[in-house]
Write a protein that binds this ligand. Structure first.
Ligand SMILES: Cc1cc2nc3c(=O)[nH]c(=O)nc-3n(C[C@H](O)[C@H](O)[C@H](O)COP(=O)(O)OP(=O)(O)OC[C@H]3O[C@@H](n4cnc5c(N)ncnc54)[C@H](O)[C@@H]3O)c2cc1C
Length: 417
């Protein structure tokens, strides 16, 4: 490939802060709220003009994972910021009907059901309001470009936006980009199922259907009253870190939307006067890089319900399709160890969200957005404490982190099964 040499130049330092969170999806927004609430001066950068990641930009309007989807499901395994967001949405009448089979629990704190469909506009509002109220400095329309490195220590990030190329210096950076962009560009080791040949989850473009005079029943989508979200055209499984591949897949999926909708209308004539009301900002790419951390959580840990001493979050979600079927857990939940959030080799960096250190099968469980928020909350809290204590995330006292999480209502352990 031909190369072009960029010339070195001085760029403005636009922020000198405690914590920078890259990416405002479910994990990043929870990380930013948690970091700010724990006293850190926090900047959150997001490439779009709203928060939510796949939940909003990907139109995947269904949050899964407060408890096991099937029995034994007596114990709620995530609380904290995720619960707060869903209860705020409930106050605003911002919840719809989840398509997932689940037991109904009385809607009150600590009695959350497995899954909630969300009004995406109200979700954008609630999450932004929580960030602003916590004092997070939100920078929209800003792309992460490169880490600022001093050897193996991250000192901040270089970003691009309408102001040009600017640096944001920070004591700790949380990589919540989904793809592990910061960690990978900093030189942290990672693996990618696209390259490794393991079976992986495919990618889909969701879209919103607005009903006409009739409101058909039993279509299986996310039920939002007058609208529903449909699992739309599937593209091939692509490498979501290859910009050309993403463009090609996005083009193919978008050109397939109306054909896909016509096929659905043919199967369900009651949709005859329904319309495609909205396509998402981006194709939903389920997985890309997994950053190698101090521990790699495994499918065996998830299936056996393993509990770790450095637990900072829990998951009880099924492993969705590795075995060719949805494998439900036969226990109440397993722990996510803090070590999965600490990348090997690179200092002052934490990873949150779907790129944490995990094998394929465990990922297929904790990838659901409710555990993602719990993991984000843990990463943001750890970043704030590391900055306050003048230490690195790797050396942070995990007991201190666990106490801080518990004090703010996060659930990091459940009684042994
Ligand atoms: C098609 C599909 C269907 C799914 N179905 C469900 C479901 O029904 N229920 C459920 O709970 N989960 C579901 N999931 C899984 C879940 O949505 C993801 O695992 C979860 O959103 C991951 O959260 P995250 O915060 O790690 O990443 P993301 O949600 O991907 O958020 C990453 C954020 O970072 C931003 N970003 C990325 N790169 C940069 C950059 N360089 N600079 C600035 N910003 C950047 C993005 O814009 C985005 O806002 C689904 C996922 C997909 C793709």
């Amino acid at each position: 490939m031909k190369t072009h040499h960029e010339s070195a130049r001085a760029i403005p330092v636009a922020r000198d802060t405690d914590v920078v969170v890259v990416g405002g999806g479910p994990s990043g927004l929870a990380a930013a709220i948690a970091a700010a609430r724990n006293g850190a001066k926090t900047t959150l950068i997001e490439r779009f003009g709203f928060l939510g990641g796949i939940a909003t930009a990907g139109l995947m309007a269904n949050l899964n994972g407060f408890r096991n989807q099937v029995e034994p499901d007596a114990t709620q395994t995530v609380r904290g910021i995720a619960e707060e967001i869903v209860l705020e949405l409930k106050k605003m009448k911002g919840l719809g009907g989840s398509p997932y089979q689940q037991k109904k629990y009385p809607d009150e704190p600590a009695k959350m059901a497995y899954s909630y469909a969300i009004d995406t506009e109200k979700f954008k509002y609630v999450t932004l309001k929580l960030c602003v109220d916590a004092g997070v400095d939100v920078m929209f329309h800003t792309w992460f470009s490169m880490p600022v490195l001093d050897g193996r220590r991250v000192r901040g990030v270089v970003v691009e936006n309408k102001s040009g190329r600017i640096a944001l210096m920070a004591k700790v950076v949380v990589d919540a980009s989904g793809d592990g962009d910061v960690a990978a560009r900093a030189g942290a080791p990672f693996w990618s199922s696209t390259k490794g040949g393991e079976p992986r989850l495919g990618d889909s473009l969701m879209y919103r259907v607005r009903f006409g005079r009739r409101r058909p029943k039993g279509l299986g989508g996310v039920d939002l009253g007058s609208d529903m979200i449909v699992w739309g055209p599937f593209s091939k499984t692509i490498d979501g870190t290859d910009a050309d591949a993403v463009s090609r897949a996005e083009i193919a999926a978008r050109l397939g939307v109306f054909r896909n909708f016509a096929e659905m209308q043919a199967k369900h004539p009651e949709l005859i006067d329904a319309t495609v009301a909205e396509t998402p900002v981006m194709l939903g790419i389920r997985q890309t890089r997994f950053i190698e951390g101090e521990y790699r959580i495994t499918g065996d840990d998830a299936i056996k319900g393993r509990r770790f001493r450095d637990s900072v979050a829990m998951s009880s979600c099924p492993i969705i399709s590795y075995y060719g079927y949805r494998r439900y857990l036969k226990h109440q939940g397993y722990s996510i160890p803090y070590r999965c959030l600490v990348p090997k080799r690179i200092e002052n960096l934490l990873i949150a969200g779907r790129c944490i250190s995990s094998d394929q099968r465990a990922y297929e469980s904790h990838r659901a957005m409710i555990p993602m928020m719990a993991i984000g909350e843990a990463a943001g809290t750890a970043a704030a404490l590391s900055s306050r204590e003048g230490t690195t995330p790797r050396r942070l006292d995990v007991g201190l982190l666990q106490r801080a999480l518990t004090a703010r209502g996060a659930l990091i352990r459940i009684p042994a099964a």
